[in-house]
Design a protein around this ligand. Structure first.
Ligand code: GLY
Ligand code: MN
Ligand code: MN
Length: 503
């Protein structure tokens, strides 16, 4: 546990009774208009039914998590925990400290669960919080919704967060919590467990069952329904706009200097404007920076003649995110060496995408793509002497090619950029591909500037091409098909977008 930071009083709130009365008065009445139930909430209801059916009699506790301190008394923008988003239908930055409880109903009451959202509702204007609380107060961070508002929006019961502890302990039902979403709520659950007689040894088993719940919730998201695929289409479309904004501004990124920052900023502008924001820190990696897989410093130059690898995704308000990479020649044309590397990665990606079909397993995507990578490296004479393609593909004794593509080719994508990450190997790597799964296909080749094993003309070239696909009945649909991929098509795309921008 970190210690509380010592507090100093540099900010003073007026405390006189006269002021309190004054600040609470003279405001227009609050609107009592209630929102419609959101689409996301309707879909969350269906998901809760599946969870409920798997946990008869258990009280399931899904925290949104709390605000995270950025520094001193300022917080990061809030991002709710993904399991909470999935089961509540709340997205964007809502609702710090909230906890969704699925409360078991007795058999006489029809069984199943009643969903209740415990949260911090709007505080009255008479409260000190209204004007004096810089973390939660209306004067500081804006008005929060009322209980009635949330009930209408989500179509479930909502109560004040202060009632959570008593609600957890009511009738001694077995508690299950997603622990890592909120350490304070996890501690509260453990305290309640001990109060109702759970022993120290039993507590460990309970906590293991909590971990199993988190895994189950992660695995539940693996096959997306039509609404979820629709949200992904929106995320991908907005991401395309962001990439086209970058392309239009590449000359500006070069001219201004500190160009990677400019590129990051341009994408961020589109992400905030068309969506909730970026779904992960954008990677804007020009020249040799492209060879650092998660280059998020983005503090370098964008130079004519170099490639810039941009890996970025817009997340929409429901928090579904795209995850797309394009590697663009800054001056609009690939050099021969750049094109050679690019075309190899493109061939690997085409093969990986072709492997995205029911009947194949998840791991077949990587196997298909990495074989093409290995074949190119072999043809270029980069593998050690005497090592054949089959030798290097040998999982136990080879893998030399991984020096130049150390990452996997694919991952599930959805509310999290690396979605379903807690799923077991048998449900993920070894699982059959099923219609509705959304995956990335993202091979790459990375030749670092100081890699003495590659010919000089390839050093400093890094290429990744990443697209998002949804598995269909007989193959897959590339959701990001609107964004050109082949080297010739990328060149034409850059020429077209920049010509339009000049008009
Ligand atoms: N942007 C992270 C990834 O491609 O997995
Ligand atoms: Mn990516
Ligand atoms: Mn990815």
């Amino acid at each position: 546990m970190s210690e509380e930071q010592p507090k100093a009083e540099h900010r003073s709130s007026p405390t006189s009774t006269q002021f309190r009365e004054f600040v609470a008065s003279g405001w227009a009445p609050r609107s009592t208009e209630l929102p419609e139930r959101t689409e996301a909430a309707v879909h969350a209801g269906r998901r809760r039914e599946a969870l409920s059916a798997a946990h008869p009699g258990e009280r399931i506790v899904l925290p949104a998590g709390g605000l995270k301190v950025r520094s001193n008394d300022t917080d990061y923008q809030f991002r709710p925990h993904t399991a909470f988003v999935h089961q509540s239908g709340l997205g964007a930055d809502r609702e710090p400290d909230a906890v969704l409880v699925l409360d078991p109903r007795s058999e006489q009451d029809g069984g199943g669960h009643e969903a209740v959202l415990y949260f911090r509702p709007l505080a009255p204007r008479e409260s000190e919080e209204f004007f004096a609380d810089s973390r939660y107060g209306e004067f500081w961070v804006g008005a929060r919704p009322t209980i009635e508002h949330v009930q209408a929006e989500l179509g479930i019961a909502a109560r004040h967060i202060d009632g959570l502890r008593d609600a957890l302990g009511k009738d001694g039902a077995t508690l299950r919590v997603v622990r890592h979403a909120d350490a304070e709520v996890a501690a509260m659950v453990d305290a309640v467990r001990q109060e109702v007689g759970v022993t120290a040894e039993q507590l460990q088993a309970e906590q293991e069952a909590d971990a199993a719940l988190a895994r189950e919730l992660s695995t539940l998201r693996m096959v997306k329904d039509e609404w979820e695929v629709g949200e992904m289409r929106k995320a991908v479309d907005a991401t395309q706009h962001g990439f086209e904004g970058i392309i239009a501004d590449l000359p500006e990124a070069v001219r201004r200097g500190r160009g990677e920052r400019w590129v990051e900023g341009v994408f961020g502008l589109y992400a905030r404007h068309e969506g909730n924001g970026v779904g992960y820190e954008s990677i804007c990696a020009a020249g040799d920076h492209a060879n650092t897989l998660h280059w998020i410093k983005n503090d370098g130059e964008v130079r004519e003649g170099d490639l810039i690898l941009v890996d970025a995704g817009v997340e929409v308000d429901s928090l579904f995110t795209a995850d797309i990479t394009r590697t663009l020649p800054v001056s609009g044309r690939f050099s021969d060496a750049q094109r050679r590397v690019y075309d190899a990665v493109f061939a690997a990606q085409e093969t990986g995408i072709a492997a995205c079909r029911p009947g194949n397993k998840f791991r077949d995507i990587h196997a298909a793509a990495i074989r093409v990578i290995a074949e190119h490296l072999h043809a270029w004479g980069l593998l050690p002497d005497g090592v054949s393609v089959e030798d290097t593909l040998d999982a136990d004794h080879g893998q030399y090619h991984r020096r130049w593509m150390v990452h996997g080719t694919s991952h599930h994508l959805g509310l999290d950029v690396h979605d379903c990450q807690l799923a077991l190997r048998e449900d993920y790597m070894d699982a059959e591909l099923t219609p509705g799964m959304i995956l990335t296909v993202e091979p790459g080749l990375y030749f670092k500037a100081d890699d003495l094993l590659v010919p000089e003309e390839l050093r400093g070239i890094g290429v990744r091409i990443e697209d998002d696909v949804v598995v269909t009945e007989d193959g897959c649909e590339v959701l990001s098909a609107g964004m050109p991929r082949s080297s010739a098509d990328v060149e034409a795309w850059i020429a077209r977008v920049q010509a339009e921008a000049r008009r």
